[in-house]
Ligand binder design. Structure first.
Ligand SMILES: Nc1nc2c(ncn2[C@@H]2O[C@H](COP(=O)(O)OP(=O)(O)O)[C@@H](O)[C@H]2O)c(=O)[nH]1
Ligand SMILES: [Mg+2]
Length: 291
């Protein structure tokens, strides 16, 4: 796992963190994007510290790839902890039109204070933050309604501060704040299966086996239906072999082409061909991640 945390050098992190803290001073609201399928794994553990003095709105993005029922549980979980959260999907434009309303909900107390001081209006300056690949640029583009920022995996290079008028009352910084994930093996697996870290960082067969260990318990019927399996083997390696056999993925000497099946299944999972899957649920994530 060593090279997974390549961006986690203390110096690099301290610099990025200080820049973020300074930018956050410019805004009324921090909009934190997470991947709806993995709200814990797609969170930087320092975010609470970095955004501690600001009202926050959590957006669970890529929601149409996640299990709707589990996403509702996450929203309840955040609400119970006093944080406003909304599920969105930037590609399908799902709930994008609710962002302003939820931003205002998150700023209720600030608006009340403003009002008591005789300040009218509900204009909001906000900043979008999140780990790479959660959809920060896509959201900014969607809100800006034109290709203003480059969508891709690389952090932005522009340093000039400019605001995008997203809605009538919502202004967002055009450059999002990037937080790096820091993770245990388990979080790495979640980021990899969701396509949020490069495939050469972890062993992709290992990622699939560990993901199947979870899927075969939580989405058994979906998995069996997709690959026309009559039963599920206990061992996830054997499930992959079974699928390879079913698909006639064979090497010379009638050996199964294991890696070909791995690639296919991973692609199916990432393109929601198996179904809408959430890899983390509130309540049990803590126990699963506890070492
Ligand atoms: N299905 C789906 N894909 C998304 C969504 N938002 C972003 N993506 C994809 O996720 C990848 C990373 O998005 P990007 O905006 O570059 O992430 P950033 O690194 O946080 O700026 C891209 O391939 C996007 O097309 C979404 O809501 N739904
Ligand atoms: Mg980006």
């Amino acid at each position: 796992m060593a090279d997974v945390n390549i961006n986690w050098y203390p110096g690099h992190m301290a610099k990025a963190k200080n820049e973020l803290i300074n930018e956050i001073k410019l805004v009324d609201l921090v909009i934190e994007i997470k991947d709806a399928r993995i709200p814990i794994s797609s969170t930087n553990p320092m975010v609470d510290e970095i955004a501690r003095n600001k009202p926050r709105l959590i957006l669970l993005n890529k929601a149409l790839m996640a299990d709707e029922k589990v996403t509702k549980e996450w929203i309840d979980y955040y609400n119970k902890n006093g944080i406003i959260a909304l599920d969105i999907d930037c590609i399908a434009k799902y709930n994008i039109n609710k962002i302003e309303k939820y931003a205002k909900l998150a700023l209720k107390e600030v608006f009340e204070k403003r009002k008591s001081r005789g300040i009218k209006g509900e204009q909001i300056k906000a900043m979008i933050i999140g780990i790479p690949n959660v959809g920060k640029s896509t959201l900014i583009n969607t809100l800006a309604n034109k290709k203003k920022t480059v969508v891709g995996n690389k952090p932005g290079v522009t340093k000039i501060i400019s605001w995008i008028k997203a809605t009538e009352d919502l202004f967002i910084l055009d450059t999002p704040g990037i937080l790096w994930p820091k993770f245990s093996d388990e979080i790495g697996v979640n980021l990899a299966i969701c396509g949020s870290i490069r495939d050469d960082i972890l062993n992709i067969d290992d990622v699939l086996v560990k993901s199947l260990d979870y899927i075969k318990v939580n989405y058994k019927d979906m998995l069996m239906k997709k690959y026309d399996l009559e039963y599920l083997e206990e061992d996830s390696y054997k499930i992959i072999e079974e699928i390879a056999l079913k698909k006639g993925m064979l090497l010379q000497g009638a050996k199964v082409d294991f890696m070909r099946a791995v690639t296919m299944i991973i692609n199916d999972l990432r393109s929601v061909k198996v179904g809408r899957i959430s890899y983390e649920r509130p309540g049990i994530w803590y126990l699963r991640n506890r070492k």
